[in-house]
Design a protein around this ligand. Structure first.
Ligand code: NAD
Ligand code: UGA
Length: 466
């Protein structure tokens, strides 16, 4: 997609400096360069820059490699390690640096502050607009604007939060639900809007704090939906219902929607866990206890423990020296990102309980290995399951959903599969001789009717409830 913009020279966005070549910065820089904007992409990570210069993306993201090669070849994207070079003549700077969690859950804004300081000190144009693309807590842009003003650097500062998801980042960039721009300088906000107008998405210009809260509110609400359905899944197990059927039913109501009602191991990744906590901390700072957010985080952590307990129970309480095959390490399919991935917690917990874990992932194996020194990591899923006492699915990669369970049956030691994402075909598994345990649904065993994995409390049965 490229812009047929017909803009006058004054309206042209001019050279754009993107700071941070991570998931957001790299995708934004490559896509905008492909749209016709002259982009300089700045990063402090030399290894990352060297890889990019050779035309290879440091992250696994569908469609990105081809687009990267194209914009490098056409000279639309210039990679920089020097901020002065990147800012020379730039009329816009976009900060896409990390905002990782501090130990107490607040967002660490040190990368944003450092990048802003460098950009502002090296701006050469009088009309440069600075845009914060990173996810920052409510009030951050206003506070940074005041900070710049006090130091005598008065560049318009806007915030333009990003809504792309990993694994579909390029596609999401091209089809955003909306473009949100927050700032107190209307002209500057409109200049930012022009950059994205070729996308044909609705544009919402607002004050910067509202824009920041739209971003946190969206992620937090989606996380609440996931934790809600996971609590429902637990109740389904206790009552004998099927959470997939329940989610389909609830999600059919268009006021609710089916998206993000996928029960399972809960949310991981670099955003939901950190953003829910950061919003809670921001609320606390203003004297508010945002209980719903705390509950969502608690339920999410509990979901991982419940999963390990399911595995333990299925192996009659004893994990010592059991060989557990884990399918999937990335926090979701389509990415090699393992930040806050369920796999890491689950595997460490299993190993603490004495299990020998062998794991596989189509792309995240190398990154996960650095965090899992006691785990055997193999490339081939069929090798992974060989000799396993239990096969555990953690990430719903399409290649694992498509595994041939009849081929796997003679390879494993015990015919036991525990599906943390409710993505496998239970019938096919049972037909291949496996016991199939999933989340919020009945256990299925060969030759036996589906059975809920619970004992109803006798007092409920006696009173006729249940
Ligand atoms: P990331 O950690 O993948 O990338 C950040 C990059 O910034 C790194 O390459 C780092 O070396 C670089 N950097 C840090 N300080 C720098 C400086 N002073 N100068 C130049 N480069 C510098 O981060 P990410 O996942 O792309 O996330 C960036 C922001 O976007 C975060 O606030 C995140 O919450 C938000 N966000 C992320 C996603 C996502 O899918 N990952 C989606 C929407 C929003
Ligand atoms: C999420 C949002 O979807 C993006 O809009 C946002 O821009 C991004 O965070 C961000 O701010 O960084 P992402 O984390 O890449 O994107 O992936 P999601 O598809 O949202 O999944 C997040 C987690 O929730 C994954 O671990 C996934 O397995 C889990 N999930 C998702 C469920 O457990 N159930 C669901 O129904 C959906």
């Amino acid at each position: 997609m490229s812009r047929g913009n017909g803009l006058s020279a004054a309206q042209q966005p001019g050279p754009l400096c993107v700071v941070g070549a991570g998931y957001v910065g790299l995708v934004t820089a490559v896509c905008l360069a492909d749209s016709g904007v002259e982009v300089r992409l700045l990063d402090v990570d030399q290894t990352r820059l060297a890889l990019l210069r050779s035309g290879r993306s440091p992250i696994h993201e569908p469609l990105l490699d081809d687009l990267l090669s194209k914009v490098l070849r056409r000279g639309r994207l210039v990679l920089c390690n020097d901020v002065a070079e990147a800012m020379r003549g730039a009329r816009m700077a976009m900060l896409a640096v990390g905002t990782p969690p501090l130990a107490d859950g607040r967002a660490d804004l040190s990368q944003v502050r450092a990048a802003l300081g460098e950009v502002v000190a090296n701006a050469t144009e009088s009309d440069t607009v600075v845009v914060i693309k990173s996810t920052v807590p409510p009030g951050t842009t206003a506070a940074l604007r005041a900070l710049c003003r006090r130091s005598g650097r008065t560049f318009p500062l806007c915030v333009c939060p990003e809504f792309l998801s990993e694994g579909s980042a390029v596609k999401d960039f091209h089809h955003p639900p909306q473009v949100v721009i927050g700032g107190d300088d209307r002209v500057a906000c409109e200049r930012v809007a022009r950059l994205f107008e070729y996308l044909d998405a609705p544009v919402r210009i607002t004050d910067s704090t509202s824009a920041e809260l739209i971003k946190y509110g969206t992620n937090s609400f989606l996380a609440l939906k996931i934790s809600f359905i996971n609590e429902m899944a637990h109740l389904c197990e206790l009552t004998g219902a099927d959470v997939q059927v329940v989610a389909d039913g609830i999600g059919t109501d268009s006021r609710i929607g089916r998206a993000f009602l996928g029960a399972g191991l809960g949310f991981g990744g670099s955003c939901f866990p950190k953003d829910v906590r950061a919003l809670d901390m921001a609320a606390s700072y203003h004297g508010q206890s945002f209980w719903l957010l705390r509950a969502a985080v608690e339920v999410n952590a509990q979901q991982r423990s419940r999963f390990v307990a399911k595995i333990q129970k299925a192996l009659r309480g004893n994990l010592a020296n059991k060989r557990i095959a884990v399918l999937g390490l990335a926090f979701k399919p389509g990415t090699d990102d393992i930040r806050a991935a369920a796999s890491i917690d689950v595997i460490r917990h299993l190993e603490d309980l004495g299990a020998r874990v062998v794991a596989t992932d189509p792309v995240a194996g190398a990154k996960a290995a650095a965090q899992l020194p006691f785990t055997e990591i193999v490339a081939d899923p069929y090798e992974c399951v060989s000799g396993a006492d239990a096969v555990v699915l953690v990430t719903e990669w399409p290649e694992y959903v498509a595994l041939d369970w009849r081929r796997i049956a003679p390879l494993v030691k015990r015919h036991l599969v525990i599906d943390g994402r409710n993505c496998l075909d239970g019938e096919a598994l049972v037909a291949a001789g496996f016991t199939y345990i999933s989340m919020g649904r009945a256990v299925r065993r060969p030759g036996r009717p589906a059975q809920t994995d619970h004992t109803l409390r006798p007092e409920l049965l006696a009173s006729g409830i249940g």
